[in-house]
Design a protein around this ligand. Structure first.
Ligand SMILES: NC(=O)c1ccc[n+]([C@@H]2O[C@H](COP(=O)([O-])OP(=O)(O)OC[C@H]3O[C@@H](n4cnc5c(N)ncnc54)[C@H](O)[C@@H]3O)[C@@H](O)[C@H]2O)c1
Length: 232
């Protein structure tokens, strides 16, 4: 049975990704902040970790050397900081970058070591169209652009080891994160969406399942927009 690891497993998209990978037959290990809890679609096993805390991440990583090798990693945990540009502190910037970019790098590097030994593996990063377009939430836009760069760079370096690395760039998806966005900004955003509706978490999870499976065996370094036509 393939072992999959999903970060942000208790979030709107994370729950759906866990449920979809479990339905495909994977044993799913979920990671999320210790203050969160599972709903009905929890992972098979939960590892609490504050991904903004480098010490906590360092304690978590050796776990992946001991247990069954990971076949699939989905970096889904993410957060934003809403403060306007002149109110942002360095701590605000660092916290967003730590969760959205540093943690995916550290986790990918760790699980890829053992994927390389077996000669196969899939990593899927949940970026955002804000990584391509920029965002009024500056650290968020910068972190997601970085995650797209990380995806392409890892794809290049890990391809010789049989490891594929792809990203999804979601538009607006119905989760607690999108529900927290300023309604005026949201209305402006929707103006750009030809399908004229939000996406559902299941519409991301199905693409994750595809990118994590052999059905996408010739894809690596791709950034797949799942955004109702926003980028068309
Ligand atoms: N919802 C959208 O419209 C949308 C659009 C584009 C991209 N995304 C991205 O999709 C991913 C999933 O977001 P979502 O929409 O499900 O939002 P969500 O807020 O429901 O889920 C985010 C998850 O990340 C976890 N997380 C945040 N900080 C953490 C930390 N310090 N340590 C560990 N876990 C932490 C949260 O606990 C939560 O479970 C994120 O990376 C987000 O940036 C979302």
């Amino acid at each position: 049975m393939r072992v999959s690891v999903v970060t942000g497993c208790h979030g709107g998209m994370g729950r759906s990704i866990c449920a979809t990978l479990k339905a495909a037959g994977d044993h799913v290990i979920g990671i999320d902040h210790p203050d969160t809890s599972a709903g009905s679609d929890g992972p098979d096993r939960f590892l609490p970790c504050d991904l903004s805390d480098l010490g906590a991440v360092a304690e978590l990583l050796p776990q992946f050397d001991r247990d069954e090798p990971v076949g699939c990693l989905v970096n889904c945990a993410g957060l934003y900081e809403r403060k306007a540009i002149f109110d942002l502190s360095l701590d605000d910037f660092d916290r967003v970058l730590a969760v959205n970019l540093r943690a995916p790098f550290l986790l990918s590097q760790r699980v890829a070591r053992r994927m390389a030994k077996v000669g196969q593996g899939a990593i899927v990063n949940i970026a955002s169209i804000n990584g391509k377009l920029g965002s009024p939430m500056v650290p968020y836009g910068a972190s997601k652009a970085g995650l797209i760069g990380l995806t392409k760079s890892l794809a290049k370096t890990l391809a010789p080891y049989g490891i594929r690395v792809n990203a999804i760039a979601p538009g607006t998806i119905r989760t607690p994160m999108a529900e927290g966005v300023d309604p005026v900004q949201m209305e402006r955003q929707m103006y750009n969406v030809p399908m004229d509706r939000w996406g559902e978490p299941e519409e991301i999870a199905s693409v994750v399942a595809f990118l994590a499976s052999d059905a996408s065996s010739y894809m690596t370094g791709a950034v797949v927009d799942v955004a109702g036509g926003w980028m068309s």
